[in-house]
Design a protein. Structure first.
Length: 154
């Protein structure tokens, strides 16, 4: 399955900034509880579907890369695996990775939620051993700069 950005969130879904505020105000325990519930696939799916909307085409110009995300600690013991392709200033998603990754990011769900909502940074997680990077480390350092990261609203 592949998806491009779809614009506004679906009815009843929080905006990216609202989600960022909810995560910023939640404890790690509250986030962990949400990410071990049956809502996890919906939460992750929505975040990855919205990534295309947050790509800054000018910042991704000339980039041709595949990024694999492995969100660890799924309730069944596995992980969720998503593939983001950044190509021609656009971002697309595949929930069934099929291309060779330039970089693979492995992260637990609480840290992932904090990362994608701007509550923490990739370098901070990496230094603390909470984000494992496989592949092109220099490219990994550039990924966040290609996206408009949501910020909590007041």
């Amino acid at each position: 399955m592949s998806a491009q950005g779809s614009g506004a969130p679906e009815a009843g879904q929080p905006s990216a900034d609202q989600l960022a505020a909810m995560v910023a105000n939640a404890s790690d325990e509250q986030i962990a509880e949400g990410m071990t519930s049956e809502a996890r696939p919906m939460i992750l799916g929505e975040i990855f579907r919205r990534m295309a909307d947050h790509l800054e085409p000018s910042r991704a110009a000339g980039v041709d890369a595949v990024v694999h995300w492995k969100i660890l600690d799924r309730p069944d013991g596995g992980y969720d695996h998503y593939e983001i392709v950044i190509r021609d200033g656009k971002c697309s998603l595949s929930e069934v990775p099929g291309e060779q990754a330039r970089v693979t990011l492995r992260v637990k769900p609480v840290e992932f939620m904090r990362l994608v909502t701007g509550s923490t940074s990739g370098p901070e997680l990496f230094i603390r051993g909470k984000l494992r990077i496989e592949g092109d480390l220099m490219f990994a350092a550039r990924i966040a700069g290609m996206f408009q990261i949501p910020r909590p609203t007041a």
